[in-house]
Design a protein around this ligand. Structure first.
Ligand code: N5H
Length: 259
């Protein structure tokens, strides 16, 4: 057993730019020798994903569109992956969205539409993808799913609001999917990352204060990096973690243990 992912293929969903946690995961996977497939949601992200992928040393990656709100796009995307590579060994699901207006102030600002949108993109999409992977028998040699969560899915964090409820749903989905897919040799886990300055954090007014609190109060007294999340992803994708499924691993400098 080792951490090399040589000869294995992984799908990384949700790279937006060089600061993305998904890109940190991609770089760690690439360093471990994996072959990569990238998916993006919105057309305007395609160019930036292409430019980033070109910076990788061995650049034989496939880039496909996959709007996770569409079952048809999920089917088309994963069918293409099936055609191109036949078998994959893991998927990094790094996709989330909520309306900006529902990510600050009172939780009661939530609307039915906004609630369902956050659930649809940030939580249901993992189950929809898992279903497609199973139907297409894409993980025929066994495999591993990873998704990204945040502490706001476990406890109330100021302003996280509708996304906190969506992450709670995502973390519960991890457990039910893990239970269902274990019999097929497929593991499902989440990484609860500490706050990182990504596109998703853009516009969060007090983000500096949030980072400062992690620096001051977390056991490791520093902020989380995309590289730390990426290296944990390599572990979760490798056979070294073969006994772990349905788990939520905190990669957050230990911040979650602080009361
Ligand atoms: C407690 C906090 C701060 C407040 C909440 C932030 C929640 C962020 C997550 C969602 C996914 C961000 C989001 O959907 C923003 C969109 O409304 C607007 N942005 C976009 O449309 C951009 C262009 C695209 C690329 O974004 C997406 N998502 O497609 C949490 C923070 C301390 C930590 C954090 C930032 C957590 C997290 O879940 O990302």
């Amino acid at each position: 057993m080792n951490l090399s992912l040589q000869g294995k293929t992984f799908v990384v969903m949700g790279v937006a730019n060089k600061r993305s946690i998904a890109w940190g995961i991609a770089r760690s996977l690439h360093a471990a020798g994996a072959r990569l497939i990238f998916t993006y949601g919105r057309e305007r992200t395609e160019k930036s994903v292409k430019q980033l992928v070109e910076t990788l040393e061995t650049n034989n990656s496939i880039i496909l569109q996959c709007d996770v709100t569409s079952d048809e796009q999920i089917h088309t995307c994963f069918s293409k992956i099936k055609e191109e590579v036949g078998t994959i060994h893991g998927i990094a699901h790094c996709v989330a969205f909520a309306n900006k207006e529902e990510l600050s102030g009172e939780y009661l600002n939530v609307t039915r539409e906004g609630f369902l949108l956050a659930q649809n993109i940030s939580a249901y999409s993992l189950s929809a993808i898992a279903k497609e992977v199973k139907n297409l028998e894409l993980m025929a040699e066994g495999g591993s799913f990873i998704t990204l969560s945040y502490l706001g899915g476990e406890r109330v964090m100021t302003n996280y609001n509708v996304m906190g409820v969506a992450k709670a749903s995502l973390e519960a989905s991890v457990k039910y999917l893990a239970s269902n897919l274990g019999q097929y040799g497929i593991r499902v886990n989440s990484i609860s990352a500490g706050p990182i300055r990504t596109l998703s954090a853009k516009g969060v007014s007090d983000f500096n204060t949030i980072l400062k609190e992690v620096e001051e109060k977390s056991p490791l007294r520093r902020c989380t990096t995309p590289e730390e999340v990426g290296d944990t992803a390599v572990f979760l994708f490798s056979d070294m973690s073969r006994g772990i499924t349905g788990e939520n691993i905190h990669v957050d400098s230990g911040y979650h243990v602080i009361g």
